[in-house]
Design a protein around this ligand. Structure first.
Ligand code: SAH
Length: 354
């Protein structure tokens, strides 16, 4: 495997140098040395990129004028804001334009003691889950590590407040872009300073990838999008479930718990009349009995492409009560930012052409 450092080889043509965002302190130090500069410039570069939010190397005032003009062509890897939507609860959804013109969503979700960022890992998504707006728009490409880290910095800079939590629950399937996701997690943890325990990666489940992810020895939380308590129903909602049945998914999740010692979160989007009946709650409880896990019930956020409905609060509470009564650790997650279409996937499809 080529080392990451070799990507920063000075002999490479400027345009083949990957964006600096996402590089560690060591990598940046080696890089400045390759440019004939003293090593301490690496620390300065690191500080300007991750803590001062510099967008062009030409703006780093502690570097000499001459060197800055040489560096002007080298990309840091920041996006530009294409559109934003602000919800009454303070949630802000950003549409960010990437280098090749593609648009990706990031969401900043503030509360009294937290600032959570919901990040995307792909432009679009190939999974095509039936109730998900992103899935309706098809798949364009994977994001690079810099494009993931950029989303967090963008929210942090805009709110002028430290990001405390990150959820990989934006556009895309993180475990189909594992290397960039792992690189971004390392950077967000070590360079941006966000605790691994405050990071959650959400996946619909990709064969063998949960196991691979477990072996990375991370402290992040794994959230698995379950959404159905039996194979037939799951296949209806999630096309990829056909090739990766519930039985195999549960086996891998059990391995995850064994390897990491951490519980798994199961996400369950509640769709009225589809997967929210008492019998579904009982089936779910049966699967999860004795399993070191936590269930997150997510009342469906309506999207325009399909006519699923959000269940009534009575139904939601009924489902919750059954799971509790069966001794399953469970909570309901009410989405923020609903009035800004910040909840799930909708904004990009409407505003990408603005
Ligand atoms: N591909 C990853 C991340 C996707 S988004 C995954 O599937 O987990 C994060 C969560 O939002 C997933 O559980 C997804 O199923 C859920 N979601 C998607 N559309 C939704 C909607 N309209 N309402 C509520 N939750 C939704």
């Amino acid at each position: 495997m080529t080392s990451v450092l070799s990507q920063f080889d000075i002999s490479a043509k400027p345009q083949s140098i990957p964006p600096l965002l996402g590089a560690s302190l060591d990598e940046l130090t080696t890089w400045v040395q390759q440019q004939g500069q003293p090593g301490y410039r690496g620390k300065q570069l690191h500080d300007w990129i991750y803590h001062k939010g510099v967008r062009s190397l030409a703006d780093i005032s502690v570097f000499s004028k001459q060197w800055r003009s040489e560096l002007a062509e080298i990309a840091i890897g920041r996006s530009t804001e294409h559109y934003r939507s602000v919800a009454s609860d303070g949630t802000i959804k950003y549409l960010l334009q990437l280098d090749d013109g593609q648009i990706v969503e990031a969401v900043g979700i503030p509360s009294d003691n937290r600032l959570t960022v919901c990040v995307s890992t792909q432009v679009g998504c190939p999974m095509a889950c039936d109730f998900c707006a992103t899935g309706k728009g098809g798949f364009q490409r994977n994001l690079g590590r810099h494009e993931i880290v950029d989303q967090v910095l963008t929210v942090q800079e805009d709110f002028q407040r430290r990001v405390s939590n990150i959820v990989f629950m934006g556009m895309g399937e993180p475990l189909l872009n594992t290397q960039s996701v792992l690189d971004a997690i390392r950077c967000l943890n070590q360079d941006v300073g966000i605790g691994q325990r405050n990071i959650t990666v959400s996946t619909v489940g990709i064969r063998d990838r949960i196991r691979l992810f477990a072996r990375e020895n991370l402290q992040v939380t794994l959230a698995v999008s379950l959404h159905a308590p039996n194979q037939g129903l799951r296949e209806q909602l999630i096309p990829s479930a056909r090739a990766y049945p519930l039985r195999d998914l549960f086996t891998e999740c059990r391995e995850y718990v064994e390897i990491t010692g951490r519980r798994v979160t199961f996400e369950y989007v509640l769709l009225a009349g589809v997967n929210d009946l008492p019998e579904h709650a009982m089936q779910l409880a049966k699967h999860l009995r004795g399993f070191q896990s936590h269930v997150n019930l997510i009342p469906y956020n309506p999207i325009s492409e399909v006519d699923y409905q959000r269940p009534s609060s009575d139904r939601i509470n009924g489902f919750l009560a059954i799971l509790k009564q069966q001794n399953i650790a469970v909570s309901v997650r009410y989405s923020r930012g609903l009035d800004a279409d910040a909840a799930c996937g909708q904004l990009r499809s409407q505003k990408a052409n603005v």
